[in-house]
Write a protein that binds this ligand. Structure first.
Ligand SMILES: Cc1cc2nc3c(=O)[nH]c(=O)nc-3n(C[C@H](O)[C@H](O)[C@H](O)COP(=O)(O)OP(=O)(O)OC[C@H]3O[C@@H](n4cnc5c(N)ncnc54)[C@H](O)[C@@H]3O)c2cc1C
Length: 190
């Protein structure tokens, strides 16, 4: 779950449930949100219960996970068309830009024709896969919604340190690498 400031002084709250629970939760989503907040984030529960909703809840039970072949003779895909993953890691927009940049860089010297174009697109398709596969795998791991003891200990160590909290969100957004975040000093601290 998360809470983010948005327009008009409102706060956007989001909550993830197993996709298989979608039909059950859809019937009374607000109560399901409150029950989760009550159990796992009591401060947030108090704020949401007091303020109430300013809009209806929006949700989806159809978060697909795939990496498609991103190019072929005369065509190329970028963004969600090429690669879709659960929104839980919030990386789709960032990665759509990275994919568009990769395609633009591949064709930076002008769009070749014929076989040269197909070769360039083949290079793009391979590089595209390498670009997205690591975050894709880590997203599937997070989307499992299984919080193992080791991960919980790591998250608690993050919460205890403002420096690690900043680095953690930098890693999630892609601004710093996982290696930078999981440095030796931090790994030894939990
Ligand atoms: C709940 C949720 C939360 C998310 N949160 C984040 C986040 O915090 N950060 C982040 O980086 N990403 C987030 N994402 C992912 C992100 O929204 C997508 O990865 C991103 O929008 C993909 O951009 P895109 O341009 O490839 O596709 P889209 O944004 O889907 O754009 C495709 C456009 O093409 C149009 N279109 C479709 N078919 C046709 C047609 N035949 N003719 C003309 N137009 C057509 C569609 O109407 C649409 O406007 C989230 C996704 C979800 C579902």
């Amino acid at each position: 779950m998360g809470a983010l400031p948005t327009g008009d002084g409102a706060t956007l709250v989001g909550c993830y449930f197993p996709q298989s629970d979608f039909q059950r939760i859809k019937g009374d989503a607000f109560d399901a949100y409150l029950a989760s907040f009550r159990e796992l984030a009591p401060d947030l529960h108090a704020r949401v219960a007091e303020a109430g909703p300013v809009d209806r809840l929006y949700g989806t039970g159809d978060q697909q996970n795939f990496i498609r072949r991103a190019a072929g003779p005369g065509w190329a895909l970028v963004g969600d068309a090429a690669h879709h993953k659960d929104s839980i890691t919030a990386r789709g927009i960032t990665e759509a830009y990275l994919q568009a940049q990769l395609l633009a860089d591949t064709l930076a010297d002008g769009v070749p024709r014929g076989a040269a174009l197909d070769e360039a697109l083949e290079r793009y398709a391979k590089a595209h896969h390498d670009l997205v596969v690591d975050v894709y795998n880590s997203t599937l791991f997070v989307a499992d919604l299984e919080v193992k003891d080791e991960r919980l200990a790591m998250l608690r160590a993050v919460a205890d340190s403002s420096e690690m909290t900043e680095l953690y969100f930098s890693m999630l957004s892609g601004a710093c690498s996982a290696d930078e975040f999981f440095n030796e000093e931090f790994l030894a601290s939990f």
